[in-house]
Design a protein around this ligand. Structure first.
Ligand code: HDD
Length: 696
């Protein structure tokens, strides 16, 4: 007789089938057309709930190969995360050329118009681990794999057009400084700590990048609203063998937008997957993220006239100096089926180029050409990672490389060497279609040296800061104050301010004031005089925001008895303007004034206004009065106001606004005036900012 405990063991349908036997029967009894679960050897499994035990209370038997296989595989499910850019998300799509560059290159991807080339694009943060938040203040990786007819071309860039260092020799130091401190294991995904700023304060070449990393670019609103830059100069090589330098830029179709720092911090708690979710939802809704591809083309002679060295990755080429030509577009329209198989296993490498494109001598790029393949060998476990479907070329490929861990190809024949005379059909090199390195003249003495033309570390940093709008300058200065306030070591804080003085005296003063310094430390003496370069307004974000609601999300707060007609009218108008609408209520189930029962998309306490670009409220008076005593409701409006969002507030809501200490301004309208609300929600209410926070 069974004990009480034995009887309580859950019995599933599978257990019954277990006794009866075969796989076909198993499928039928479960009532579906699903396949039978098997071991990795293809053996049908009869019971996926219980291990094999000697007696109902006895030990589990070593004989249980089904259990052992399942657990062994599980134990090995993880691979090393990327040493940088571990947190990321990606999607499939296509690239289409709209303007041929046949004058400059033989690369088909840049000469054959209107051909859709498949791409996989992965966005990432840099410093955090794979489970870290989406909204730290950080650079965003923008890596695109183009599966061209002539091999995979990887454009492995960032959302910022310059980099921290000039030579790959410094990359491990930079990364060790920014990652969590090794003795304590924190902070995660943050630059606001001593080791990062210590390193930076001693690296004048980082100053330009620091201006960008402290600007609003490092806190994007959405991955759909970031630019992408190939950063280095590359070469395009035409059929005469003549090469032209090129810089690649991705431009988001819906324009750029950033969060506000206080908002980014709160989003991190409310929705750590904020960017990933936004990207996923956009693709699921058919609102496909799209970018234009632009190029800056220039000759060696033109480069010689620039007031900086274009081979130095800490420098950008202002668009005012070399205009951007738009040559194509990329659309991301398919979410991966498997995050692990695709987004996690995708292996980018700047060395993956195609005939007609070549590298420049940028020493940072030169080091990258080594690092990526090397890192994939450990991350993906061996030299055959190129056979993983996401990494394999989509054009024919043949080579004489053989064997190795996880070889999946079954090569035929006797020969795997060249030259050989035994097999006619084995691959050989082709002068005609093969890759030729650009002919580059080089002479000099081998040495460990930095070119003199790389010595100007401050002029472009100054240009960037001075080119920003007043609001953006205030954000940048405040970001520096925030970051340095987290630095415990005084001499590090002072050393950074010394650097800032050389960039721009007023910036140093703002930061010094924000830190409460009694006096400013001496400025750093630059190695070469700092130039006052022409300003580049093209580097701003706020002035260049597109006049569109595309890609935005509007939250409507409702309650039992809310007016169904108003909600429907607002939803339609906002969706027509290109935004997504989400209903928020204190309870997910809500009965509207016409008796309709609706399910809200979010519950108030779990759906703060920080996840929206503008908020609307349609509340009956009695429900609004109840919400005055609900912190989540009061915060909903206080945050929306504080984050400079447009608010469409019904009469009852004004009582909640009063409870939140909000004095209505031009950014608050009535829900009936929905077109004004839409116009306001396309941007932030910048004039409100000085009233809600003190900026440096
Ligand atoms: Fe890097 C990953 C971008 C300099 C070494 N890098 C990585 C990724 C991006 C960049 C977007 C993530 C790719 C993905 O989604 O899988 N890296 C850059 C840019 C740089 C740069 C724009 C400067 C212009 N990187 C750089 C240097 C080195 C590396 C100088 C080493 C010498 N980067 C790596 C790496 C990673 C990587 C260790 C980590 C994971 C990976 O490669 O696949 O090899």
């Amino acid at each position: 007789m069974q004990s009480r405990k034995e009887k309580s063991i859950p019995r599933t349908g599978n257990n019954v089938k277990n006794e009866k036997g075969n796989a076909g029967e198993l499928q039928q009894q479960a009532g579906g057309s699903h396949p039978v679960i098997t071991t990795q050897q293809g053996l049908a499994i009869s019971d996926n709930q219980n291990s094999l035990r000697s007696t109902p209370h006895g030990p589990t038997l070593l004989e249980d190969f089904v259990l052992r296989e399942k657990i062994t595989h599980f134990d090995h499910e993880r691979i090393p995360e990327r040493v940088v850019h571990a947190r990321g998300t990606g999607a499939h799509g296509f690239f289409e050329l709209t303007k041929s560059l046949s004058k400059y290159t033989t690369a088909k991807i840049l000469t054959e118009k209107n051909v859709q080339t498949p791409v996989f694009c992965r966005f990432s943060t840099v410093a955090g681990g794979s489970g870290s938040i989406d909204t730290p203040r950080d650079v965003r990786g923008f890596a695109v794999k183009l599966y061209t007819q002539e091999g995979n071309w990887d454009l492995v860039g960032n959302n910022i057009p310059v980099f921290f260092i000039q030579d790959a020799m410094k990359f491990p130091d930079l990364v060790h400084a920014v990652k969590m401190e090794p003795d304590r294991g924190f902070p995660q995904a943050a630059t606001a700590h001593d080791t990062f700023w210590d390193f930076i304060s001693l690296m004048p070449e980082s100053m330009h990048m620091i201006m960008w990393a402290m600007s609003d670019r490092a806190i994007p609103r959405s991955l759909r609203m970031i630019e992408g830059f190939g950063i280095h100069s590359f070469r395009l090589v035409n059929k005469e063998g003549v090469s032209t330098f090129v810089k690649f830029h991705w431009r988001p179709k819906i324009g750029l937008q950033s969060t506000i720092w206080d908002e980014a911090v709160k989003i991190a708690g409310a929705d750590p997957d904020f960017h990933r979710r936004d990207f996923f939802e956009a693709i699921q809704n058919g609102d496909f993220p799209e970018w234009e591809l632009g190029v800056q083309l220039f000759t060696e002679e033109e480069a010689a006239t620039f007031p900086f060295d274009h081979l130095d990755s800490t420098k950008l080429i202002p668009e005012e100096l070399v205009p951007l030509q738009i040559i194509g577009r990329m659309v991301l329209n398919r979410w991966p089926d498997s995050f692990f198989a695709e987004t996690e296993q995708v292996a980018f490498c700047p060395a993956n180029i195609v005939p007609g494109i070549d590298f420049s001598e940028d020493p940072l790029l030169q080091g990258r050409l080594f690092s990526y393949l090397d890192t994939q060998l450990i991350r993906l476990g061996g030299p055959n990672f190129t056979q993983i479907p996401i990494n394999a070329p989509k054009c024919p490929f043949h080579n004489l490389q053989r064997d190795g861990h996880m070889q999946t190809q079954i090569y035929k024949g006797r020969t795997a060497y060249e030259p050989q005379s035994l097999e006619e059909d084995k691959p050989r090199a082709s002068q005609k279609t093969g890759f030729h390195s650009a002919s580059v003249h080089a002479e000099g003495v081998k040495s460990r040296i930095r070119a003199d033309s790389f010595a100007d570390h401050y002029s472009q940093a100054r240009m960037f800061y001075r080119s920003q709008s007043e609001i953006e300058q205030a954000h940048l200065a405040s970001a520096l104050v925030f970051e340095l306030s987290k630095v415990e070591t005084e001499h590090v804080r002072l050393a950074v301010v010394s650097q800032l003085r050389t960039i721009d005296e007023s910036l140093a003063k703002r930061v010094g004031d924000g830190l409460g310094l009694k006096s400013l430390p001496d400025a750093i003496a630059p190695a070469v005089p700092v130039q006052d370069l022409d300003l580049s307004p093209a580097l701003r974000i706020i002035d260049r925001m597109k006049d569109t609601l595309d890609g935005r999300t509007i939250g409507i707060l409702i309650a039992d008895g809310s007016n169904a007609e108003s909600i429907e009218g607002i939803k339609t108008a906002v969706e027509q303007a290109g935004a997504m609408v989400k209903l928020v209520a204190q309870k997910r189930g809500v009965t509207l004034d016409n008796g309709t029962y609706v399910t809200a998309d979010g519950q108030l306490a779990g759906t703060p206004s920080i996840v929206f670009d503008g908020v609307v409220s349609i509340l009956p008076m009695d429900e609004a009065e109840k919400l005055i005593f609900e912190a989540a409701a009061v915060d909903w409006f206080r945050d929306a106001f504080g984050h400079l969002k447009a608010i469409a507030a019904c009469k009852g809501t004004h009582k909640i606004l009063t409870a939140a200490g909000i004095t209505p301004d031009a950014g608050i309208v009535a829900p009936e005036d929905i077109q004004s609300f839409i116009a306001l929600a396309k941007t932030r209410q910048w004039e409100r900012e000085p009233k809600v926070r003190t900026l440096a």
